[in-house]
Design a protein around this ligand. Structure first.
Ligand code: FAD
Length: 405
C-alpha cells in the first residue's frame, strides 16, 4: 500500500501491445524471461491493413520462431515497378537483398500474441503517467483504470505518441508533408497481378499496390499535405470518398481497387518521424527504463522498415537482457541495486547496438520522404546527390542481420 493505494509489483512491464510490444514479450519468453504487456485497447490492435517485410525483418521473425508460419500467409514478391503518368516514364528496380513479402497486420499480430503464455497481455490498461519511485528509483505507472504498478524494468513500446519517450525527455517528433491512406481490396476470383510492388505516380501523389496472396491486395496512397478535419479520421466512408476523388485521372483498375476496398481496414494517417539527429543523440535509457519500436524511432513508411526495425529491437533487447540477467531468477533473487546495475548494463548494450542502425534507417527514410515532398529541381538534385553519397547501395539496409536471439 502506498498512501492508501494498493501498488502492484511486477518484474518486466512492456508499455503497448503493438508489433514491437508483442515481439519484445515473445523474444523475452523465448529466453525464459516473463513479462507483462499493458495495452490500452480492449483487444489486439490489428489496424493498418498490411505491412511489407524485407529480408532483415524476416530474419528477426525467424529468430522469434514465427517466420515459417507467417510465410504461409503471403506470396514472395519480385521487386518494384514505378510508373510516372505525367511523363510516361517507367522503371523496374529490386526492393530487397533477398526476401520481400507483404503480410496482413492481423496475421502478424495474432501470431506474435498466440505464442505468448496466457495472461501476458493485459488489455484495457491505458497508462496515464509514469514517475520514478523516490526510494527505489523503479518506474511507477498510473493506469486509467485506477491501478498503480511498480515495475523493476519498463520497456516503452507505446508507439509514436509514447509516454515513455516523453518521460525520457526525447524531443517531440515531426510530421512529414504527406499523409497516407491504407487498405486492402479483395478479388474473390483472383487479382491476376504480377507479384511485385507497383507504384503509380501522378501530380505529386503516389499509389502503391502489393499482392498479399492470390486474392488480396494491400494498397496505399501518399497524398501531399494533411487534413485539419479531424472528423475524417473516424469515418472510413469519408476517407474512401476523399481517396477516390484524389486519384481522379489514375488508371481505372487503380480507381476501382480504391473504390472497392474493405472499409473496415481503411485508415488515414499523418506521417510522423523522429529526426535522424534526434535518433543520433536522443536519450533512450534512464535507469531500468528504455524504448523500442516507433516510440524510439518512428520513421515514416518510405523504406517500409519501421515495423521490421521494431522486430530487430525486440530480438536485440531480449538478447542483451538475457545475457546480463541470465534468467528470471536474477530479477527475482537479487537485491535492488544488483538488479538495477545488471538491467542498466543490458539496456546500455542494447542502445549502443541499435543506435547507428536506427540512425541509418531514419536518415535514409527522411531523405526519401523529403525527395517525395519537394518540387524544386535544385533541392531534388541536392537530395539525390546526398543520398548517392550516404547510401551508395540503397538496398544495404535490407541485408542487415540482427543476429541470433
Ligand atoms: C502508412 C504506413 C505504412 C507503413 N508501412 C510499413 C511497412 O510496409 N513495413 C514496415 O516495416 N513498417 C511500416 N510502417 C511502420 C510500422 O507500422 C510501425 O513502425 C510499427 O507499427 C510500429 O510498431 P510499434 O509496436 O512500435 O507501435 P504501434 O503499432 O503504434 O503500437 C503501439 C501500441 O501501444 C499502445 N499504447 C500507446 N500508448 C499507450 C498507453 N499510454 N498505454 C497503454 N498502451 C498504449 C497502442 O494502443 C498500440 O497498441 C508503416 C507505417 C505507416 C504509417
Amino acid at each position: 500500500m502506498d498512501g492508501g493505494v494498493e501498488v502492484e509489483e511486477m518484474d518486466i512491464v512492456i508499455a503497448g501491445g503493438g508489433i514491437c510490444g508483442l515481439a519484445t514479450a515473445l523474444a523475452l519468453h523465448r529466453k525464459g524471461i516473463t513479462s507483462v504487456v499493458l495495452e490500452r485497447s480492449e483487444t489486439l490492435r490489428t489496424s493498418g491493413a498490411a505491412i511489407g517485410i524485407l529480408t532483415n525483418g524476416w530474419r528477426a521473425l525467424d529468430q522469434l520462431g514465427v517466420g515459417s508460419k507467417l510465410r504461409e500467409t503471403s506470396i514472395p514478391l519480385q521487386g518494384a515497378r514505378d510508373i510516372w503518368l505525367d511523363t510516361n516514364k517507367q522503371r523496374a528496380s529490386p526492393l530487397s537483398k533477398g526476401e520481400f513479402r507483404c503480410v496482413k497486420r492481423r496475421d502478424l499480430i495474432q501470431m506474435l500474441a498466440e505464442d505468448l503464455p496466457h495472461g501476458t497481455i493485459q488489455f484495457g490498461c491505458h497508462i496515464l503517467s509514469l514517475k520514478l519511485d523516490p526510494s527505489t528509483s523503479y518506474p511507477t505507472l498510473q493506469l486509467l483504470n485506477g491501478r498503480t504498478i511498480k515495475a523493476k524494468v519498463l520497456i516503452g513500446c507505446d508507439g509514436a505518441n509514447s509516454l515513455v519517450a516523453e518521460f525520457l525527455k526525447l524531443k517531440p517528433k515531426k510530421i512529414f508533408s504527406h499523409s497516407a491512406v491504407r487498405s486492402l481490396t479483395n478479388y474473390p476470383t483472383g487479382h491476376g497481378l504480377v507479384p511485385e510492388l507497383f507504384r503509380t505516380h501522378k501530380d505529386n501523389m503516389l499509389c502503391g499496390r502489393v499482392p498479399i496472396n492470390q486474392n488480396l491486395v494491400f494498397w496505399f496512397l501518399l497524398l501531399p499535405g494533411y487534413t485539419q478535419d479531424t472528423m475524417i479520421f473516424n469515418d472510413p466512408e469519408l476517407i474512401r470518398r476523399m481517396s477516390v476523388e484524389k486519384i481522379n485521372g489514375f488508371p481505372n483498375e487503380i480507381v476501382r481497387m480504391v473504390r472497392d476496398c474493405d472499409t473496415s481496414n481503411l485508415s488515414l494517417t499523418h506521417l510522423k518521424y523522429r529526426t535522424p539527429w534526434d535518433v543520433l543523440v536522443g536519450n533512450f535509457q534512464r535507469g531500468t527504463v528504455t524504448l523500442a519500436g516507433d516510440a524510439m524511432h518512428v520513421m515514416g513508411p518510405f523504406l517500409g522498415q519501421g515495423g521490421s526495425a521494431a522486430l530487430e529491437d525486440a530480438v536485440v533487447l531480449a538478447r542483451c537482457l538475457a545475457h546480463k540477467t541470465r534468467d528470471q531468477a536474477d530479477l527475482n533473487g537479487n537485491g535492488m541495486q544488483i538488479v538495477q546495475a545488471k538491467v542498466g548494463e543490458a539496456m546500455d548494450a542494447y542502445v549502443k547496438e541499435r543506435r547507428m542502425r536506427l540512425v541509418g534507417l531514419s536518415a535514409q527514410t527522411y531523405l526519401t520522404g523529403l525527395l517525395l515532398g519537394t518540387s524544386t529541381t535544385l533541392v531534388k538534385l541536392f537530395i539525390v546527390v546526398l543520398m548517392a553519397v550516404l547510401f551508395y547501395d540503397p538496398l544495404l539496409h535490407t541485408g542487415y542481420d540482427c543476429g541470433p536471439l
